[in-house]
Every structure is written in structure tokens, then in C-alpha cells.
Write a protein that binds this ligand. Structure first.
Ligand SMILES: [Fe+2]
Ligand SMILES: [Fe+2]
Length: 233
């Protein structure tokens, strides 16, 4: 049976092997704009050829490969610009692809005889999507520009708290939604509802990884930058 490999990947590891051992790495690659078809090339070579910062790519890969657990040491070599691009592309993926696709599938599998229940299920899902949307748009419109202004030393106010974390709440809502379907929804076709549920399970995992990247890699990098600016001023 295929098992995920845990532990650190380095730039001399082969990219195709990383994908074989940890398929969620596919999502990381696409968010960095790396296409498939890299033969036997190493992670370092593929990143360099695609103009991707190797340290940032590996920091994200290793965080996910280690079950989103907090890294043992602070990642000093991360590129904040690359991380912002990555997070921005992830937001785009969730808001414009993953969540609308789940809704489309959900609409197809709803039981025609359960009008009231359907309204409640869709209402719950839409409320969840709105919450995710507000959260991610706040990061796009406030947090990322704030960090960019910090980098240009235009902003000397310490306010990493704008990046407060209602992440648990978002993750909890999706888990709750999944449980409502599992425990109470009288689906007509188990194959089709299972298909939606598999997508929700995957989305739940992907969202948890996204949040871990923000909390364990991005936030410490911002705090470090703020401290450096304060010391130098
Ligand atoms: Fe985010
Ligand atoms: Fe977030």
C-alpha cells in the first residue's frame, strides 16, 4: 500500500518521487505555476527552471509532509514575496474553483423529495463559503499589502494582529457541514454523495494545510520582519 513519506525533503530529491510519495504536493506545484512533465529532474532544478524560490517551496512541502505540524525551527530562508504569491493563488483556487465545484456537485446529488432539508444544507454551505470568502479577501486586500509596505519600510507600525486567526472556526464549519451530510442526509445515490464527500474531505485537508502555511511560515516571517524594522529604526 502507498504510504505518505514523512520527514524532510531537500532540493536534491527527485520531483516525481516527491509527488509519488505525497500527492498533495501536486497542489503546491500548481500554485507555484509548475507544470508536470519534469522527468527525473530534482526539486531544486525544477524550481529554478520555473523561477520558483526553492527554500519557500521546500518549507511548504515539508510542512505538509509532516502533517501540518509546527516546524521545529524558524525557517529563515523563506521568500515573503513567493509565499504571498503562493497564498494568493491558493485563495483563487478555493474561491474560484474548489468551493464552486463542490456546490455544483452538491446541487446534482440533492434528494428531490427533501425540499426543506436541501434549503438548509445549501444555506449552511453558502454561509461557510461567505465566511471563507471574507477571510481570504481580507488577507488579499489588507494583510498582503500591509506586508508589502513593511518590506519597503513604508510602514513602521507593528500590526501583525491584522492577521488574527479565525482559522479554527472556518475549519470547524466545514467539518460540521460534512458531519451533517454523513449523519442526517438521506441521499438517493450513495456513489454520488460519496463523491461529494470525498471532495469535502480533500478540501478540509487542503484548507488545514493552507492555514498551517499561514500560521507557521507566513506569520513568523512577518513578525521577524516587523522586529527587524523596529530594531533598525
Ligand atoms: Fe489564506
Ligand atoms: Fe487565513
Amino acid at each position: 500500500m502507498n504510504k505518505f513519506r514523512f520527514g524532510k525533503y531537500g532540493e536534491t530529491d527527485v520531483m516525481s518521487q516527491l509527488i509519488g510519495e505525497n500527492y498533495p504536493a501536486l497542489l503546491v506545484m500548481s500554485r507555484f505555476g509548475i507544470a508536470l512533465g519534469f522527468g527525473e529532474k530534482t526539486i531544486g532544478d525544477v524550481c529554478r527552471e520555473n523561477g520558483v524560490d526553492v527554500h519557500t517551496f521546500l518549507a511548504i512541502i515539508n510542512l505538509i509532509a509532516n502533517g501540518n505540524r509546527i516546524p521545529l525551527s524558524f525557517e529563515t530562508n523563506i521568500s515573503i514575496d513567493s509565499l504571498i504569491d503562493y497564498l494568493h493563488n491558493s485563495h483563487d483556487f478555493f474561491l474560484n474553483y474548489r468551493l464552486p465545484e463542490i456546490r455544483k456537485k452538491l446541487l446534482k446529488v440533492l434528494n428531490k423529495d427533501e425540499d426543506n432539508l436541501n434549503k438548509a444544507v445549501l444555506g449552511y454551505f453558502d454561509k461557510f463559503v461567505l465566511e471563507v470568502n471574507n477571510h481570504m479577501m481580507n488577507e488579499n486586500r489588507k494583510v498582503f499589502p500591509y506586508v508589502k509596505s513593511l518590506q519597503k519600510a513604508e510602514n513602521k507600525n507593528k500590526c501583525s494582529l491584522v492577521f488574527s486567526k479565525p482559522h479554527e472556526q472556518i475549519e470547524m464549519r466545514l467539518t460540521e457541514f460534512k458531519n451533517i451530510l454523513i449523519k442526517y442526509y438521506p441521499a438517493q445515490s450513495t456513489h454520488e454523495i460519496n463523491d461529494v464527500l470525498f471532495d469535502i474531505f480533500n478540501c478540509e485537508k487542503d484548507l488545514a494545510s493552507h492555514n498551517a502555511v499561514e500560521e507557521y511560515l507566513f506569520l513568523p516571517a512577518i513578525v521577524d520582519l516587523e522586529n527587524k524594522i523596529r530594531k533598525s529604526s
